[in-house]
Ligand binder design. Structure first.
Ligand SMILES: CC(C)(COP(=O)(O)OP(=O)(O)OC[C@H]1O[C@@H](n2cnc3c(N)ncnc32)[C@H](O)[C@@H]1OP(=O)(O)O)[C@@H](O)C(=O)NCCC(=O)NCCS
Length: 204
């Protein structure tokens, strides 16, 4: 069992899910930092996000913030100051032995990551989503609940795949892109923006 404590940044709904996974991964002590003092929480909130440096010598960190850019900013700041990031994989996720999962990434319950997939730092592979063989998922991407990526899909950094969206095999999706809930991406996306529908088209 792990004996280091885990400091989770962000005590919202996503933080709550990550906290449970961390417990299942063997982190016996789990505390939060959050800038929202009024947030009702059953958890111990030790202070603001900026307080992480107090815990750097005896803790690992996990940034549990859904917003890709905010998560990236906080994680990069912690790493720059020498903090160690945890990687959380739910025991009921299926992750191939040949997949690579980055620092500060989470793979949630029911998710599948198949052989040869590379999952970047700070990525969220959310509940019951799947990332198939040899996909390359850039840093700080979020694959939302129930989204499915077929094999050999390349996703640029900071991109968001909405709930239940799908990407067909062997395409690439540019960085900083938003794929709406339920969208089906059937062609390469070369220009960042917001894409919705079946097949997915750019709306913004
Ligand atoms: C795509 C999305 C980001 C757009 O949000 P937005 O920028 O605020 O855009 P709007 O809500 O103003 O919608 C713009 C237009 O696109 C349409 N639209 C929005 N999302 C859509 C979707 N997923 N599929 C089809 N059409 C969609 C709206 O109906 C609207 O159409 P209109 O101009 O004809 O009225 C958002 O609707 C979405 O799908 N988010 C995914 C959320 C999610 O999956 N969360 C999971 C967390 S785990």
């Amino acid at each position: 069992m792990k004996n280091k404590r885990l400091i989770i940044i962000g005590a919202g709904g996503h933080g709550r899910v990550c906290e449970e996974i961390a417990g299942l991964c063997g982190y016996q002590e789990r505390f939060f930092l959050d800038d929202n003092k009024d947030r009702p929480s059953e958890f111990v909130i030790l202070g603001n996000t900026a307080d992480f440096e107090k815990y750097i010598d005896d803790s690992e960190f996990f940034v549990a913030i859904g917003d890709n850019r905010a998560r990236r900013r906080l994680q990069e700041n912690i790493v720059q100051k020498g903090g160690g990031m945890a990687t959380l994989i739910h025991p009921q996720a299926v992750v191939s032995a040949s997949a690579v999962i980055g620092k500060g990434a989470v793979v949630m319950a029911g998710a599948v990551v198949n052989p040869g997939a590379v999952i970047g730092d700070g990525v969220i592979i959310n509940t019951c989503s799947s990332v198939d063989h040899e996909c390359n998922i850039g840093a700080f991407v979020h694959i939302a609940v129930g989204a499915h990526l077929a094999g050999l899909v390349d996703v640029g950094e900071n991109t968001f795949f909405g709930a239940g969206s799908t990407a067909v095999n062997h395409i690439s999706v540019s960085a900083d892109t938003i794929i709406g809930a339920g969208a089906v991406v059937v062609n390469d996306i070369k220009e960042s923006g917001t894409y919705v529908g079946v097949p997915a088209v750019k709306i913004k």
